[in-house]
Design a binder for this molecule. Structure first.
Ligand code: PMP
Length: 361
């Protein structure tokens, strides 16, 4: 019997129980080889098969075209904020960035250390409660790429559409939305995602990059940060995060067993509808985001009186509903409902929210 509770953490986030169980079964002795995945050479035949299978399963799930390379890297999504300009923006170059909240702002701040950043659109005018419409974007001809954050994990603001940016490569920080539903990878120059939400444990970042964009890194780009070097070496220029890679592979298999991303889309759609409906139909809870731009994976909400926050969180914990406290920068509550968070967990949360509201009478 499992005594696992419902975990709504934004990241590191809940992982599928079946995957954790498999990892547990294989921990001491991976497939009868007499050692764990953590203890194998990354260049061994055994780990090579783990690595290649994981990549192929991700390719199948996202239908990644053959002219894209998949890289399994380190440094989290935050390191990508620097790695992207180092690889794609020339020394005196510039790039367009879309500002939709805290994570895109961090990407902008970091890129500005390496060249000119043109903030082509910002959600600031809407208090970060709505995505700026494409008609208002001021894209520049000089931009080496356009960067945006399809899902703002803290604000709970998500693009329901893919921007049209012509021939300029589109780069997306998909950390908190990747694998939540099908995606047309061919629309992007590059996609990156920290693993610790929908992919696996922290310590791993997945990059999907169009091959023709590789090889143009600045001369000053550190070897370890050059995507072309990583691609040429099969993400093994140095020792990769082998256990995270293996666990990501188990997640990709699990996703396939669930029916792939079409199935996840159906499941995730109902989950978010359940939660937003509960918020919208209540007098106590609110979510300020423009309904068309609401995040599927991260649902922030406030109580009408924030003096009730502590009581709400204590009652939630008593019922086994963990990690509902909002990000420290914004307060309130946030329920992250990634792929491994079940409809049952969402139903339990919604039931508790109704019970708590009734108690306040
Ligand atoms: N981008 C987004 C959208 C995120 O949600 C996060 C982490 N919550 C990051 C970047 C930073 O990721 P990491 O901690 O892996 O550097």
């Amino acid at each position: 019997m499992s005594n696992r509770l419902f975990n709504f953490c934004a990241g590191p986030a809940a992982l599928p129980e079946a995957v954790l169980q498999q990892a547990q079964t294989e921990l001491l002795d991976w497939q009868g080889k007499g050692l764990s995945v953590m203890e194998m050479s990354h260049r061994s035949e055994e780990f090579t098969s783990v690595a290649e299978t994981a990549e192929q399963d991700l390719r199948d799930l996202l239908n990644i075209p053959s002219n894209y390379r998949v890289l399994f890297l380190q440094g989290g999504a935050s390191q990508q904020f620097a790695q992207i300009p180092l690889n794609f923006m020339p020394e005196d170059g510039s790039a367009d960035y879309i500002d939709t909240g805290i994570w895109s702002a961090k990407a902008i701040e970091e890129a500005a250390r390496f060249g000119h950043v043109n903030v082509a659109a910002s959600a600031k005018a809407h208090d970060y409660f709505a995505i700026p419409g494409q008609n208002d974007w001021q894209l520049s001809d000089a931009a080496s790429y356009v960067h945006y954050t399809p899902n703002e994990t803290i604000g709970g603001l998500e693009f329901g559409w893919i921007p049209e940016v012509g021939d300029t490569p589109l780069i997306a920080d998909m950390s908190s939305t990747i694998l939540s539903r099908p995606l047309d990878v061919s629309k992007f120059g590059m996609i990156y995602a920290g693993a610790q939400k929908n992919i696996g444990p922290s310590g791993l970042v997945v990059v999907i990059v169009r091959e023709d964009l590789l090889g143009a890194a600045r001369a000053s780009c550190p070897t370890m940060l050059d995507y072309a070097v990583a691609a040429k070496n099969g993400s093994m220029y140095n020792t990769p995060p082998t256990f995270g890679w293996y666990l990501a592979g188990l997640i990709f298999k699990w996703l396939k067993e669930q029916g792939g991303l079409e199935a996840m889309e159906r499941i995730n759609k109902v989950k978010q509808q359940t939660l937003y409906r509960a918020i919208d139909n209540s007098e106590l809870y609110s979510n300020p985001i423009n309904p068309a731009d609401r995040s599927w994976m991260n649902v922030p909400f406030r109580l009408a009186d924030d003096r009730l926050d502590k009581l709400f969180l204590a009652g939630a914990e008593e019922r086994g509903l963990l990690n509902l406290k909002g990000h420290r920068s914004v307060g309130g509550m946030r329920a992250s409902i990634y792929n491994a968070v079940t409809q049952q967990a969402v139903d339990a949360l919604v039931a508790y929210m109704a019970e708590f509201e009734k108690q306040q009478g």
